[in-house]
Design a protein around this ligand. Structure first.
Ligand code: FES
Length: 140
């Protein structure tokens, strides 16, 4: 489910010109991002961490479909944040509702690395639990 939030201000992101990698922790899955293959999934902004994760088959929750209207795609950058544009006001407002917020937290659907650095992000544990419980029948 992809889409556009008509109430969201414009995001100034630059798609990468050269290949780079995104490593998702704690699983340690490393994804090679090839600019010509973007978008990978049509979830979130083209080239966003969410787009790359979904395209690679990595579970990153995105309850609103990647339109900056929830905070379930929260990721924490460990490396490469300097290759991303600053968060928009809309992204910061949504991030404020995310549990476990850190200084390098971003919304996966809104943050688009420019490819000048390899990136390492952590998917917070509460998000991983949510993804796992979503497919479990023992929750009922
Ligand atoms: S998926 Fe909802 S804000 Fe990113």
């Amino acid at each position: 489910m992809g889409g556009v939030n008509p109430y969201q201000s414009e995001v100034n992101s630059v798609l990468p010109a050269l290949p780079y990698t995104v490593t998702f922790l704690p699983m340690g899955e490393k994804v090679e991002v090839v600019p010509a293959d973007l978008p990978s999934s049509r979830e979130g902004l083209a080239g966003s961490i969410l787009d790359i994760a979904v395209g690679a088959g990595i579970d990153l929750d995105h309850a609103c479909g990647g339109v900056c209207a929830c905070s379930t795609c929260h990721v924490i950058f460990r490396e490469g944040l300097e290759s991303c544009p600053e968060a928009s006001e809309d992204e910061e407002d949504m991030l404020d509702t995310a549990p476990g917020l850190e200084i390098s937290s971003r919304l996966g659907c809104q943050v688009v690395p420019d490819g000048t650095r390899d990136v390492v992000v952590v998917i917070p544990e509460w998000n991983r639990n949510l993804a796992r419980e979503g497919g479990s029948e023992s929750d009922e």
